[in-house]
Every structure is written in C-alpha cells, then in structure tokens.
Design a protein around this ligand. Structure first.
Ligand SMILES: [Zn+2]
Length: 94
C-alpha cells in the first residue's frame, strides 16, 4: 500500500519521506501515538525537522483532524475510500 501511495505522490511531483504507523491495537494496549493523540505526528515533526505550519495531515476521520490540530498542522479531510489521486489533486488546489 505504501509503495502504491508513494507512486501516486511521485506521479504528482512529490514524495513521502517516511510512513509512520501506530503498532498498538487499542483492544490490547493504550498509547499516545494512536490518533486522535498526536505524539506520532509530533515525533515525525521533530525527527524530520518539519515546519508544522507548512504541513498537512491527510485523513478520512475526525480523529485524524484532531491529531493534526494537536500537532499544529493543517488537517485535510478526505472521503473514505476516495481515489487517492483525486484527494491529492484537491489538496494541491487548496
Ligand atoms: Zn501507538
């Protein structure tokens, strides 16, 4: 899935530097990296020296937008299962 997504991004002229995910299932453990918490985003911002004010968090759930707010990045809500290329084109227009 990451390879596919990276390919779509490259076709649109940019690339993803890193893919991050929470490995903790909420039925078995609690953590601060699972959305709507924003620790995972905050770690990426620090690790890759990202300018949060110039960044987007793309997601299809309100919890994604909440994590974006917590990390100080702009949230970009897309429709669940919408074509990724359409979401990227819409984001680039806004
Ligand atoms: Zn986690």
């Amino acid at each position: 899935m990451h390879d596919y997504f990276q390919g779509v991004c490259i076709a649109h002229g940019f690339r993803i530097d890193a893919f991050c995910f929470c490995p903790h299932h909420p039925d078995y453990s609690r953590c601060l990296c699972r959305k709507p918490c924003s620790l995972m985003l905050q770690k990426a911002i620090s690790r890759y020296r990202i300018d949060a004010a110039q960044s987007w968090m793309i997601g299809d759930k309100e919890r994604d937008m909440e994590a974006a707010r917590g990390a100080g990045v702009r949230g970009f809500l897309v429709e669940t299962n919408a074509p990724m290329s359409a979401a990227i084109e819409r984001m680039l227009r806004e």
